[in-house]
Design a protein around this ligand. Structure first.
Ligand SMILES: *[C@@H]1O[C@H](CO)[C@@H](O)[C@H](O)[C@H]1NC(C)=O
Ligand SMILES: *[C@@H]1O[C@H](CO)[C@@H](O)[C@H](O)[C@H]1NC(C)=O
Ligand SMILES: *[C@@H]1O[C@H](CO)[C@@H](O)[C@H](O)[C@H]1NC(C)=O
Length: 485
């Protein structure tokens, strides 16, 4: 980053922090009694950086490069890099199944605009990650082959459970990568006693929806049915839990909704979803569970919590940030797209905004952690709906916590508690699924948990959600037309 940019950001942070501090100590801000001073400082920095960097002429390409940078692997973690091979052209079944499901689930009143992506050229990179016991924080990974690192991970004494966590990282589908998330997914592996498969799915805007969905399905199928030459052995579905944060959490639900749809439209008597994968007919079972934090279920960002919870969050509406991003080769796209991830005709599609899904019946147990954040209503609505459809769902909402607090504010007790519960749930999905029960809790800033009635967490109904999304979509259309791209 240029020095002038850094100086300008620091000046903005000092100005914002001064006024925020006055409101904090005089008790006149909604967060004064809920956040400690360090959280206030961190959040002020986030708020400035999220908008401030854009004001300095940063491009999406630069943001992407900065947030996906690789770094040396050190400390208490095993990381084995592997390539998940893409099946060759003869195996078009997987792609076709995805495109068919997109058409079957179409809710749009306008033609759906998307191009049918190829599978990832050269395959997808994943990182098998887990705890490396008995080493110091600065210890580099030994200079051994990736296969040997994988063996190290598999035989580490910290791995006490069979659970495999298939992790999809956050970053609005356009930023961050496996390297950014190594430490964090290691914590989840540690708390679950298992291992993580951390996926480098393709990023928007260069790769638009449904590239990410295809990538997710391909990696999941590859865990179940390893392609020739894979580092891993076949993993049974009842040992796989999907996990992710933010956009990655959205993807977890989109993949499960896709599998549910393949089952619903299956012509088999037993309603098993099947397709051809690497020259074999395979069935597509559901995973053992889904465990996520801060899932955006409504990509049009239209629900009331965006306004109601703004004081506790740092996320900025698309319409405010995107005009500030300097153009480069990847953004705006040519022709301009209404969203980085997809065309606006897909905004209310259940595989893009899973809040519009007509049914979750049959979904595996779900764990959702969310703050008192801008997209909180997404989770409250989906958790309530799922519970009504007989899905086992555990909802934990943390008072006064912003988007992704478990990752962004890891020193807080609320974050530590959340990660512990997250890992535990993943393990229980595999080891004690019959003991899992639906529940909802409100976690206060002082750590006290209040049980709440999951059927009463929101008053929003499906029709109202769809109506609000229509408004949001219209707003985005107007925004798009007003742009001079
Ligand atoms: C989705 O539905 C709309 C409205 O019925 C229709 O115009 C469009 O062609 C459909 N798109 C696809 C891909 O089926
Ligand atoms: C695989 O499925 C296809 C159609 O779904 C069927 O024609 C074929 O016989 C099946 N092959 C095997 C080996 O079961
Ligand atoms: C947390 O706050 C609630 C009131 O909001 C209070 O009833 C409870 O005793 C407090 N718990 C602790 C551990 O301080």
């Amino acid at each position: 980053m240029k020095l002038t940019v850094v100086v300008s950001l620091i000046a903005q942070i000092i100005a914002k922090l001064t006024s925020a501090t006055i409101r904090h100590v005089t008790g006149t801000s909604p967060t004064a009694k809920k956040w400690d001073y360090r959280t206030l400082v961190t959040m002020t920095i986030f708020r400035v950086v999220f908008v401030g960097t854009m004001l300095q002429g940063v491009t999406l390409g630069q943001l992407q490069a900065f947030t996906t940078k690789d770094k040396e692997i050190r400390g208490k973690m095993w990381v084995a890099k592997a390539t998940i091979r893409s099946p060759n052209d003869k195996d078009t079944d997987m792609r076709e199944s995805v495109f068919e499901a997109i058409e079957e689930l179409n809710l749009s009143t306008a033609p759906l605009q998307y191009t049918k992506p190829a599978l990832a050229e050269g395959g997808l990179q994943v990182e098998w990650t887990g705890v490396r016991s008995g080493v110091g924080d600065k210890e580099p990974l030994p200079d051994i082959s990736e296969d040997e690192k994988y063996q190290g991970l598999m035989s580490d004494p910290a791995r006490t459970s069979k659970v495999t966590i298939l992790y999809f990282h956050g970053g609005a589908f356009m930023m961050s990568g496996v390297a950014t998330y190594r430490e964090f997914v290691t914590k989840i592996a540690e708390n679950a006693g298992g291992r993580v498969c951390n996926v480098a799915y393709r990023l928007a805007p260069v790769h638009a929806f449904p590239s990410q969905l295809l990538d997710g399905l391909m990696v999941y199928l590859s865990l179940l049915y390893p392609p020739p030459g894979s580092m891993h052995e076949a993993v049974p579905a009842n040992e796989i839990v999907f996990a992710g944060d933010s956009a990655g959490a959205n993807l977890c639900f989109a993949i499960v909704q896709l599998v549910l749809q393949l089952q619903r439209s299956s012509s088999n008597n037993d309603k098993q979803a099947t397709l051809r994968f690497w020259d074999k007919n395979v069935t597509i079972p559901l995973p053992a569970g889904i465990a996520v934090t801060a899932p955006p279920f409504d990509m049009s960002t239209s629900l009331p919590s965006h306004k109601k919870n703004a004081a506790f969050d740092y996320l900025v509406p698309f319409e405010k940030v995107f005009p500030l991003i300097a153009p480069d080769a990847i953004w705006p796209t040519n022709p301009p797209r209404g969203d980085v991830y997809c065309d606006l005709s897909l905004f209310d599609h259940p595989l893009v905004s899973p809040i519009t899904a007509s049914s979750w019946a049959g979904a595996p147990p779900i764990w959702i952690s969310v703050g008192q954040e801008a997209i909180a209503d997404d989770s409250l609505f989906v958790a309530k709906t799922m519970s009504e459809e007989g899905v086992i769902v555990q909802l934990e909402q943390s008072e006064a916590m912003p988007h992704g607090f478990a990752i962004m504010l890891q020193r807080l007790a609320a974050a530590k508690e959340s990660i512990a519960n997250w890992g535990n749930f993943c393990r229980n999905c595999v080891e004690k699924p019959e003991a899992l029960a639906t529940r909802a809790v409100w976690v206060k800033v002082n750590g006290t948990q209040d049980e709440i009635d999951i059927t009463k967490v929101t008053e929003l109904g499906y029709g109202e959600v769809r109506g609000l999304m229509e408004v949001g979509k219209k707003r985005r259309h107007e925004f798009l037309e007003a742009q001079k791209w």
